[in-house]
Write a protein that binds this ligand. Structure first.
Ligand code: ZN
Length: 94
């Protein structure tokens, strides 16, 4: 029994590339081959299931990181956190 339904990375050559013969017409039972060494990596159906699993409904596109590694969204959070903690330390500072 196989542990995995689909090999994202080829266990033979470690390549990520895949090859599907006639992907437009390929059925779920069609075999997906390694794009490098041609080993069987699973079925088209398993690949599609995997794609659905790894792509939740929320958009996965994240803003590009800025120079210090923080996104503008992160910076807004940091500023909010700082203002909150500043207020807190003032009130806690009897
Ligand atoms: Zn391979």
């Amino acid at each position: 029994m196989k542990k995995f339904k689909f090999q994202i990375v080829c266990i033979d050559c470690g390549c990520l590339a895949i090859r599907i013969e006639d992907p437009v017409k390929a059925s779920r039972e069609a075999t997906v081959y390694c794009g490098e060494c041609g080993a069987s990596r699973g079925t088209v159906g398993a690949l599609r299931d995997l794609a659905v699993q790894t792509n939740p409904k929320v958009p996965t596109r994240s803003p590009p990181p800025s120079k210090n590694g923080l996104t503008s969204y992160d910076r807004t959070l940091v500023e909010k956190f700082r203002s909150v903690t500043a207020n807190y330390s003032v009130s806690a500072n009897r």
